[in-house]
Design a protein around this ligand. Structure first.
Ligand code: IPE
Ligand code: IPE
Ligand code: MG
Length: 233
C-alpha cells in the first residue's frame, strides 16, 4: 500500500500559540518521526511525504532557510535510526537548486538506508508534480514509440526513485485545506483522498489509523463496475 501525506498546518499550529512559524516546522518534524514509525508498524509499503514544494521558495527567505536547515538536520539525525529500523529513504523532486550541504545529507541518507526493506520512505523536497511530468515528457521517451512503460521508467529517473510508478492508494492532507497543491498529480490518478482538520504537528498514530480505517471502507472501482453488480444484471 502506498500512502502519501501533504503535511500541512505547521504555520497555523504555531500562530495559535503565539509562536513564530518556524516553531511549527520544528514540531512538524517531530510528527514526521512518529508517523514514519506508525506507518512501518501498519504494514504500509511506501510512504511519500510532501516536505517542501517548488512553490514554497516563494515564502519569506528566513522561513525558507529555516525549513531547508531543518530538513538537512532531520535527515542527518534520522539516518541511523532509519537504517536500524530498515526504513529506506529516497528523496524525490528537483536537485538542481538545493545547497551542496543539503544534497550531501540527502545522498548520505539514501546510501546508508539503501538496504531497508520494511518501509520505503519517499520525501518530496523542491517537488512539483507538473515539473516532474514535464521533465519526463521532455526527455522524449514519451514520444519514442509511445510506450507507457518507458514513460513511467523515465518518471522514476526524473524523480530520483525507483518507486514513483506505484500509484498512490491513499492521499492524506492535514490542516483542513482540500487541494493537492501540485503533489503527485500523476500517481494520484485513482488515489482515495482523505482530508482532516488536524494540523500536522498534532497528527499522530491514531490519526493515521483513522485515515486507514476510513480507507478500508472505501470501494475502489477503477472505472469498472463492482463484481457483485454482475449478479444484478
Ligand atoms: C506545511 O505547513 C509545511 C510546509 C509547507 C513546508 P505550512 O507552513 O504550510 O502551514 P500553514 O498551512 O501555513 O498553517
Ligand atoms: C503544500 O502545502 C506543500 C507542503 C506541505 C510541503 P502549502 O501550504 O504550501 O500549500 P498551499 O499554499 O496551501 O496550497
Ligand atoms: Mg500550508
Amino acid at each position: 500500500m502506498h500512502v502519501a501525506i501533504i503535511m500541512d498546518g505547521n504555520g497555523r499550529w504555531a500562530a495559535r500559540r503565539g509562536l513564530p512559524r518556524t516553531a511549527g516546522h520544528v514540531q512538524g518534524a517531530k510528527a514526521v518521526r512518529r508517523i514514519v514509525e506508525a506507518a512501518a508498524l501498519a504494514d504500509i509499503a511506501t510512504l511519500t511525504l510532501y516536505a517542501f514544494s517548488c512553490d514554497n521558495w516563494g515564502r519569506p527567505p528566513g522561513e525558507v532557510a529555516a525549513l531547508l536547515r531543518l530538513l538537512r538536520r532531520s535527515l542527518l539525525t534520522e539516518t541511523g535510526h532509519c537504517a536500524e529500523s530498515l526504513v529506506r529513504v529516497n528523496v524525490i523532486g528537483r536537485r538542481d537548486r538545493l545547497s551542496p550541504d543539503l544534497l550531501r545529507a540527502i545522498e548520505h541518507c539514501e546510501r546508508m538506508t539503501a538496504e531497508g526493506s520494511r518501509l520505503n520512505l519517499r520525501i518530496a523536497i523542491d517537488y512539483s508534480a507538473r515539473h516532474s511530468i514535464l521533465q519526463a515528457a521532455r526527455s522524449g521517451l514519451a514520444g519514442a514509440g509511445g510506450e507507457e512503460r518507458q514513460f513511467l521508467q523515465r518518471m522514476d529517473e526524473v524523480n530520483h526513485s525507483a518507486l514513483a510508478t506505484e500509484g498512490v492508494d491513499l492521499l492524506i492532507r492535514t490542516g483542513g485545506e482540500k487541494r493537492l497543491s501540485d503533489f503527485l498529480l500523476w500517481e494520484c490518478a485513482y488515489a482515495e483522498l482523505y482530508f482532516t482538520d488536524c494540523l500536522w504537528p498534532d497528527f499522530d498514530a491514531d490519526g493515521l489509523h483513522q485515515a486507514l480505517s476510513d480507507y478500508a471502507r472505501r470501494q475502489r472501482r477503477f472505472g469498472r463496475v463492482p463484481e457483485t453488480a454482475d449478479a444484478a444484471l
